[in-house]
Design a protein around this ligand. Structure first.
Ligand SMILES: [Zn+2]
Length: 844
């Protein structure tokens, strides 16, 4: 089975590489597929809110069966989600998910676009979403995407008519698309865009419905389908060796950080789309019915179509290069047409096809993956014509680096030419990093000042190679990204982008430092060299009231890639305080305040992200009882590290090793997020956990998810406790302490309403909504316009100890350094221990 899957991927890789930098090496049947696409002049744009919302069956169908230019506009990059494969969260997760979307589009043949909207977290209603996003700015981005892409057809993933039934981002994406459909053609709106694009009126707007939106298959069968089209998305493509749904599953399997790896499927399968705007096609199996998608669509296009349709009809699979003269002729005719939109798109496709059918190999690879402003870089150039066609290499080089070599070399069949380039990088060359992260945005929006960058999935790279070739009397300029390639013994040949980075970067190991008392802490700063032999000083920046042992310390690093750690000793103020610290590197009169995050996975190209380097420092007056905490890791969270910051010693508990005596040594036991969801064996240890409480321990359970219709986890507590899908998503929503006299909010720290200020992303989720009378609800909270829920924090005495269940989002608040959350957590671990002396149970 594994061999088979690798084989499938192998086929697909040749046409649509997983990694953007890996050059495409299509077979002649894949080239034929591209020629069919070349002869289709129509486009469809799919619109939703997040990475993974897109229906890849529909995108693959439009791109590979209809052969339309197909795009996916995901309003956000998915920063707010969780990561199942590594440590990236928030903006770094957005970078990873952007690349996963690009990998998915490489497989299904679509193109990828975004808006400036940020995935700030869950919202229950589109009204809330559109308040946090800047509605007009996101709407203008949807209009911009439509004007730029010029789709004939737009398909929404979600229903704009059902606010409140799904994530607010989802409905908002459909509502904005519904509005933008009419606005994009209005030249009085978003005039600043008209410098770059023209108004555009799409022809049809659809909603990609399914039984899911109707509640059941039965209800959907009975639904009125007079406004619906349906297409078979299980069609088989012999030229690709794959069924459409196989391509779709391989595409959505790229969303690995969301745990979307899945089996491929085949066979006939229906997708329904409901017409919302525009005219109903007469042929209900053809989404483009009545729209001219032939070359005649553009003035002067018919003659081009005559040539290219003949190439398609008589395609030579054994020697596709014999079609080169026709492709060159069509290219020349295309240059005389006036429709700039199609001219640009189809010229690019023709250029790619000319390279592909002649087996042209054009590559500039750097000898080093990184260089720096003011530094040197050496490149190897490879030029090879693998066809019998006549070609001349006129020039090659890297225009951005002012390096162009003029030549006049005849490229004979299969005769390889190698050249070397040695280049000085300008002092003011820009670093390569995601454009949407270069300036601080708001909670709901990225800040992007350059209109032309808006919507682009990645920052366009400056360092590109250009090859000018004379083919059949016509000069072509082929542009390729400059890459770095290496042989890795355990992986084979690896391509990665060539990057310009600062000579060094500095980062804090911990992004949040909690000072639970007045004691100083050692703060290590890691400096990484991106150049050989660097020598400089590191300055430690901090706020008033804090003290550091020495503000500036010097460092020397000999080898590129090496790191050095410089330690500073930071003393907090006497009073409670929150502020930020940052490191500044000073080398030869220049300063660098960036840290480098590298995202490296097999399914996406390596990403280098430069972020402002800083850490939050928090001085708390926090009291606690007990020291040794046992922690059962669930789906993964950073709560243990956070507890260590305030002085606890945290021991990870192996679930299988839990027995009747193994927990006794802990002052409290904490169960990590979703532990009951991901650790089936935890059920079998429940008795020991409850016995531990009975004997006087404190057991703190963090949130577990309740299934939509199945498990409510009624048996995880000693008394009845039913989980629900209740959540409070507004992190600023008011919190009322309803059990004011309970020890949990009084000992050892007094918890007040102000301790719920400064929370991030949400209050909590999956709160219980039914519980036995033994439980005391401590807090009451609600989102605007909803009924209050009291299930966020429940405590029940059991035997001599306390059982505590909390859906509060400690896993988000503690790593973000939220003071009140720390105090409340310390109280959960300490409650009921007022009379216990503070003698540690584990010595030493
Ligand atoms: Zn979504």
């Amino acid at each position: 089975m594994r061999v088979f899957l690798v084989f499938l991927l192998g086929i697909l890789l040749t046409n649509q590489p997983m990694k953007a930098q890996t050059p495409s090496k299509p077979s002649s049947s894949e080239i034929y597929h591209s020629i069919q696409k070349l002869n289709f002049l129509g486009s469809a744009l799919y619109i939703a809110a997040h990475p993974d919302d897109e229906n890849t069956r529909m995108i693959a169908y439009l791109s590979n069966n209809t052969k339309a230019r197909t795009g996916y506009l995901s309003l956000t990059r998915g920063d707010g989600g969780q990561n199942l494969i590594g440590p990236e969260l928030r903006e770094l997760l957005g970078v990873l998910r952007t690349q996963e979307l690009l990998a998915a589009r490489h497989v299904d043949g679509g193109e990828q676009f975004f808006s400036r909207a940020n995935d700030f977290g869950y919202s229950k209603h589109p009204d809330e979403t559109l308040k946090i996003w800047n509605k007009d700015a996101v709407l203008s981005d949807v209009v911009w995407a439509i004007r730029k892409f010029q789709p004939d057809i737009i398909i929404n993933r979600f229903d704009h008519r059902s606010p409140g039934t799904t994530h607010g981002h989802h409905t908002a994406s459909a509502m904005l698309s519904f509005e933008a459909f009419d606005l994009a053609n209005n030249s009085n709106l978003y005039k600043e865009q008209l410098k770059y694009v023209e108004p555009w009126q799409p022809k049809r707007l659809f909603f990609n419905t399914s039984w899911w939106f109707y509640g059941s298959q039965e209800k959907f069968e009975k639904a009125d389908k007079s406004k619906m089209l349906n297409v078979d998305v299980g069609v088989f493509y012999p030229s690709l060796g794959l069924s459409n749904n196989e391509i779709a599953s391989i595409a959505s399997s790229q969303h690995l950080c969301q745990g979307f790896g899945r089996l491929t499927t085949r066979g006939s399968e229906n997708e329904y789309i409901e017409l919302l705007k525009g005219d109903m096609p007469t042929d209900k199996s053809n989404i483009f019915d009545g729209i001219d998608t032939s070359w005649s669509r553009i003035k002067g296009g018919k003659a081009i179509g005559d040539i290219l349709n003949k190439v398609e009809d008589n395609f030579n699979f054994e020697n596709p290069a014999i079609h080169l003269p026709q492709l060159v002729e069509a290219f020349n005719l295309l240059q005389n047409t006036k429709n700039e939109h199609w001219k640009t798109l189809k010229s690019k496709e023709l250029e790619n096809l000319i390279v592909e059918i002649s087996g042209l190999y054009l590559e500039v690879s750097s000898k080093d993956p990184i260089s720096n402003p003011g530094g040197k870089a050496d490149f190897v150039v490879e030029v090879l014509n693998r066809s019998s066609a006549d070609m001349n290499l006129v020039s090659f080089g890297i225009p951005f680096l002012n390096s162009i070599e003029n030549t006049n070399i005849v490229l004979k069949e299969n005769e390889k030419h190698n050249f070397e380039l040695s280049v000085q990088i300008a002092d003011d060359a820009k670093y390569t990093s995601p454009y949407w992260l270069s300036e601080k945005g708001t909670l709901g929006m990225y800040k992007v000042n350059n209109q032309e960058l808006i919507g682009k999935p990645e920052t366009p790279r400056d360092v590109n190679a250009e090859f000018v070739l004379d083919i059949n009397g016509t000069k072509f300029t082929f542009t390729k990204p400059v890459i770095y390639r290496s042989a890795q013994p355990d992986k084979g040949e690896i391509y990665q982008p060539f990057e310009i980075l600062p000579v060094a970067s500095a980062s804090f190991k911990d992004k949040v430092l909690i000072f639970a008392d007045g004691q100083p802490k050692t703060v290590p700063v890691t400096i990484k060299a991106h150049k050989n032999n660097i020598k400089g000083e590191l300055q430690f920046c901090f706020s008033d009231g804090w003290k550091v042992d020495q503000e500036t310390k010097s460092f020397t690093i000999e080898k590129k890639g090496d790191v050095q750690t410089v330690n500073f000793v930071l003393t907090p103020p006497d009073h409670e305080d929150e502020s930020y610290i940052s490191p500044i590197i000073k080398i030869n009169g220049k300063t660098i305040s960036k840290e480098l995050a590298t995202i490296d996975y097999d399914h996406v190209p390596l990403q280098s992200v430069l972020l402002h380097s800083e850490a939050k420092v928090v001085r708390l007056n926090i009291e606690k009882v007990g020291e040794h905490i046992g922690y059962i890791v669930g789906a993964g969270d950073a709560v243990p590290e956070s507890l260590e910051q305030i002085g606890y010693t945290v021991h990870t508990i192996d679930v299988n090793a839990i027995n009747s005596s193994s927990l006794k040594k802990y002052d409290a036991v904490v169960v990590g997020i979703r532990a009951y969801n991901v650790l089936p064996e935890l059920r079998f240890k429940q008795k020991y956990l409850l016995d531990y409480v009975k004997d006087g321990g404190n057991l703190v359970i963090q949130y577990n998810t309740a299934g939509r219709r199945d498990r409510a986890y009624e048996d995880i507590a000693p008394f009845k406790l039913k989980l629900s899908r209740d959540r409070v998503t507004d992190e600023n929503s008011p919190v009322e302490i309803i059990a004011k006299n309970h020890a949990l909010v009084n000992f050892p720290n007094k918890i007040e309403e102000k301790d719920f200020e400064g929370w991030v992303q949400e209050r909590g989720l999956y709160f219980p909504n039914e519980w036995a009378k033994e439980f005391t609800p401590i807090l009451s909270m609600k989102d605007q316009g909803e009924n209050a829920t009291k299930g966020s924090l429940l405590v029940a005495p059991y035997g001599k100890g306390n059982y505590i269940y909390s859906g509060l989002s400690f896993f988000r608040e503690l790593p973000a350094g939220v003071s009140g959350a720390y105090k409340l957590f310390a109280n959960m671990l300490s409650t009921g221990k007022e009379k216990v002396d503070n003698e540690p149970k584990i010595k030493g």
